[in-house]
Design a binder for this molecule. Sequence first.
Ligand SMILES: [Mg+2]
Length: 382
Amino acid sequence: MSQSILSAPAAADRIDRIRIRSVALPLAQAISDAKVLTGRQKPMTEIAILFVEIDTADGQHGLGFSYSKRAGGPGQFAHAKEIAATLLGEDPSDIARLWEKLAWAGASVGRSGMAVQAIGAFDVALWDLKAKRAGLSLAKLLGAQRDSVRCYNTSGGFLHTPLDQLMRNTDLSREKGIGGIKLKVGQPNCAIDIERVSTVRKHLGDDFPLMVDANQQWDRPTAQRMCRTFEQFNLVWIEEPLDCYDAEGHAALAAQFDTPIATGEMLTSVSEHWEFIRQRGADYLMPDGPRVGGITPFLKIATLAEHAGLMLAPHFAMELHVHLAATFGREPWVEHFEWLEPLFNERLETKEGRMLVPTRPGLGVTLSDRVEGWTVQSAEIG
Ligand SMILES: [Mg+2]
């Protein structure tokens, strides 16, 4: 073989500084889904964001984030602070190896839940850095299937929103070019759920994509009855009809009804998702990148789901998931939530029912000036 076609390997770069911070992002109004109406949770007033910034000897920079709702922000930050030094001196390109190194550093607290959610912020930062080094958007680095993804609105359809406001919210979403509407259901009084879905379906017309989300608040008999009642509304999916770990129950609903069943947002590992994929406990799987430990485990879940014939609709965090959904074989959906927008300088564009995948290198986001003021605690390592 001729020497001329072999180029010398690029010298490895090295991680030499890490900044982590916990940010309390206030929400414009208190948010209630079915978990609040059944008395299990309080209305949500803020979201805790864990930001990780990684700098290298070559002058590369990566930005990643994870998050938690209601509780968990201080815990994620504390775990991230404890394990961050594990990455110093490492080649940031070896993301799979570094994910495992971080997991082993905290192995005794497990490979799911809060421990991997802290790892998720590092993992996203490493992928952001790698894509920026290549001069590619994250979607292009991973291998994009499309340059826009169908998107639907969730933030307008919560249960604290009265029906007349709900209708105005659906109109505003459509005017913004958002391609579907999701309504929260799962209230103690099922008749109110049916009334709201029926009214919005009439308002939108028979064909406009409409989804519902019960946030795990039905038992099996109620889910059975409600899935049957909702068959008439031509829904894109019924989300979390049952407890988020009830794979067998979700599988029975998915097998029985024409309306697709969606679930997966509360799962926090590849193993937990594998159980749903193996049991066919979802038609639409809804992994959440930060919740499962970042992009590295998310891609494993997406590959397993794609191979099993499932569809994909990642949960929340559209700024990350628009890139990941763009790589999935079958046409996915992303969830449009404007809640994280104040954290970033850039805005995602929606047009004709779809969210455009940003073409800027990496995730294509930079932190806004407001983040400093919302920072609760921070640490620099290296
Ligand atoms: Mg949901």
